[in-house]
Design a protein around this ligand. Structure first.
Ligand code: DMJ
Length: 643
């Protein structure tokens, strides 16, 4: 017998293994050793097989998950003390009895599978008898069930956060009966606006008070998001209209859904919806508002996915795809839009403990800080792809306004810790004063607009908010110019009052000129409308809070009467197309900001200062009050002001 040779697969013979002569002195010994070797090989193969079986047998716990009615047969167990044998985690009872039981179980299982198949066949036959519509309705019901389940999951409570010190909610009743009466009149107007919206526009974004139906604009996208409900909530609350508030809360709880295929304005949704929901949360303590605000904010985040982190103006809530307004200079984003997110986003980080919101807005700030500013002014347009300014237009009205407002309010909201924001605000208004603020021949102080190196002597209704802003920022101003800024606020309030007083309806036009012998009067027909805007009344209220000069209440009352006389219709309140005409025509829109801002500022003007005191509350640009945050103990990474 020759030493077995190893046959390779190719059939080529390998040379015999040379184990050395000393290892195999003669043939017999070699034969015995080979037998032993083969036996050993067989034995080791057997052991390997046993080990393999042990390790590769399926996991008993997995068996149990699939409910095939096998639980009676396979009982995971580790306790052998009760007479059974433990094999791989399964307890096997007495062998003969077990085999019988096993067969029974197999039979039972087969029957069950057969029955299930028959049932499924029957169901399918039944389904086919139904009409296409019925089948679709059933599918929809199933879908809705799944959606409800998902919503429930989405609505899980956020981590508890200590509420800031909330002072001055639900009071402010004035002692003076005349002022009380005025305040009640404003409340009655709010009720008229709300009740009609409730009746004719419920769930729609806004109301057409003459056509008596819902209304919307592209800023809210194409779905019914109940903008008026969300915007009005906090006004209802502070006016003590609690039944109406609850109705609104119920609608929001049941119907406000952000998983819609709708392209919305990031800015508008932030100031009206997130601002409105956060204010409603802080005032009422109802979790639903906080949860909805956070859900919505999550839907806005994809708008920040641009090469620079400057968000798109619009975002599709479902797909997250963003883009800019077609009319904005060379695909730019708008300063007043991407620059008016800070307050709400800081609150979102505060309430969720998630720095993502804070980081987004701080990134915008850092980017703006690094950029060159022509004459120290911020242009209204910035390209989110290139990070470069668009047209060199600067405005404290439309397209620019609330960016400056939020710099100041970021500082106030941080309990004056965010000194970086205050510095940016101070620098900005110094440049504005130098280049945009002028006195007319008739002595009216106005804020013009900078367009390609030229000052346009025109002021918008929107710009009138700046009177209140200057007054609000007076305390803490650079070089202790508090008196100067309070005076500047008073001058702007006066000019804006003149723009109202010089009209037939005593309501302010959209824009007015200081040129060619014209002062505080609209010239172009398309600038003569009043759409229930709040900015002039907003400034009266701030001036009232800081000076207590009764003229501001008087001016506010003039505006209240004019709105009630010329804008009130039986189906709500409408804007008017020409404030210089004695027989105005209506635009047939009750704007959501009329309930959020105009009526709220009027109500506060006729309330005591202890209702929402300015030391404790900061109003967002849509008049939604957010509490001052004492952030000393809160970690919002990045800004030393918050450490
Ligand atoms: C409101 O939505 C906000 O005040 C915004 O900042 C600009 N203007 C409208 C109301 O006029």
């Amino acid at each position: 017998m020759t030493t077995p040779a190893l046959l390779p697969l190719s059939g080529r013979r390998l040379p015999p293994l040379n184990l050395g002569a000393s290892a195999f002195p003669h043939h017999r010994a070699t034969l015995r050793l080979s037998e032993k070797f083969i036996l050993l090989l067989i034995l080791s193969a057997f052991i390997t097989l046993c080990f393999g079986a042990f390790f590769f047998l399926p996991d008993s716990s997995k068996h149990k998950r699939f409910d095939l009615g096998l639980e009676d047969v396979l009982i995971p167990h580790v306790d052998t003390s009760k007479g059974g044998k433990n094999l791989g985690g399964f307890l096997i009872h007495g062998q003969g009895h077990d085999e019988h039981r096993h067969r029974e179980e197999e039979e039972r299982l087969r029957n069950k599978i057969r029955a299930d198949h028959e049932k499924a066949l029957e169901e399918a036959k039944e389904k086919l008898k139904k009409s296409r519509d019925e089948i679709q309705a059933e599918i929809q019901t199933e879908k809705n069930k799944v959606m409800q389940e998902l919503k429930k999951k989405d609505s899980k409570p956020l981590p508890p956060i200590p509420l800031p010190n909330l002072i001055g909610i639900n009071s402010g009743e004035p002692a003076d009966p005349d002022i009380r009466e005025k305040r009640n009149k404003v409340k009655e107007m709010m009720k008229h606006a709300w009740d009609n919206y409730r009746q004719y526009g419920w769930g729609h974004n806004e109301l057409k008070p003459i056509a008596r139906k819902g209304h919307s604009t592209n800023i809210f996208g194409n779905s019914q998001m109940g903008a008026t409900i969300v915007d009005a909530l906090d006004t209802l609350y502070i006016m003590g209209l609690h039944d109406e508030f609850r109705e609104g809360q119920e609608w929001i709880d049941k119907n406000l859904d952000f998983s819609v295929n709708s392209e919305v304005s990031v800015f508008e949704v932030n100031i009206r919806f997130i601002g409105g929901l956060l204010a409603a949360y802080y005032l009422s303590g109802q979790e639903v508002f906080k949860i909805k605000a956070v859900q919505l904010a999550g839907k806005l985040l994809p708008a920040f996915n641009t090469p620079t982190g400057i968000p798109w103006a619009m975002v599709n809530l479902k797909s997250g795809v963003g883009r800019n307004w077609g009319w904005a200079s060379a695909g730019s984003s708008i300063l007043a839009e991407f620059g008016t997110l800070h307050m709400e986003f800081v609150h979102l980080s505060y309430l969720t403990g998630d720095p993502v919101y804070y980081n987004k807005v701080m990134h915008i700030r850092k980017l703006l800080q690094k950029m060159d500013r022509p004459n120290g002014l911020y242009p209204n347009y910035l390209n989110p792809r290139t990070g470069r300014w668009g047209q060199h237009h600067t405005s404290v009205g439309g397209l620019g306004d609330s960016f400056y407002e939020y710099l100041l309010k970021a500082w106030l909201m941080s309990d004056k810790m965010d000194t970086e924001a205050r510095k940016m605000y101070d620098d900005a208004i110094e440049a504005i004063e130098k280049h945009l603020i002028r006195k007319s021949n008739g002595g009216l102080t106005f804020i013009g607009e900078w367009k390609n190196g030229h000052l346009e002597r025109k002021m918008g209704h929107l710009t009138c908010f700046a009177g209140g802003m200057f007054a609000l920022g007076a305390d803490g101003s650079r070089d202790d110019k508090a008196g100067h800024y309070l005076q500047l606020g008073a001058e702007i309030a006066h000019t804006c009052h003149e723009s109202y007083d010089r009209t037939t309806l005593k309501l302010g036009p959209e824009a007015f000129k200081f040129d060619g012998g014209v002062e505080a009067v609209a010239v172009r027909q398309n600038e003569k409308y009043y759409i229930l805007r709040p900015e002039v009344i907003e400034t009266y209220w701030y001036m009232w809070r800081f000076t207590h000069d009764p003229k501001y209440r008087q001016w506010g009352w003039e505006a209240t009467q004019a709105i009630d006389k010329y804008c009130r219709v039986s189906g709500g309140f409408s804007g008017v197309k020409d404030v210089y005409s004695s027989s105005p025509t209506y635009d047939d829109v009750q704007q959501s900001f009329f309930l959020a801002e105009t009526l709220k500022y009027l109500y506060l003007l006729f309330s005591n200062d202890d209702l929402l005191p300015l030391d404790n509350w900061v109003f967002n640009t849509e008049a939604h009050p957010l509490p001052v945050l004492h952030l000393a103990n809160t970690t919002l990474s990045g800004n030393p002001a918050y450490r």
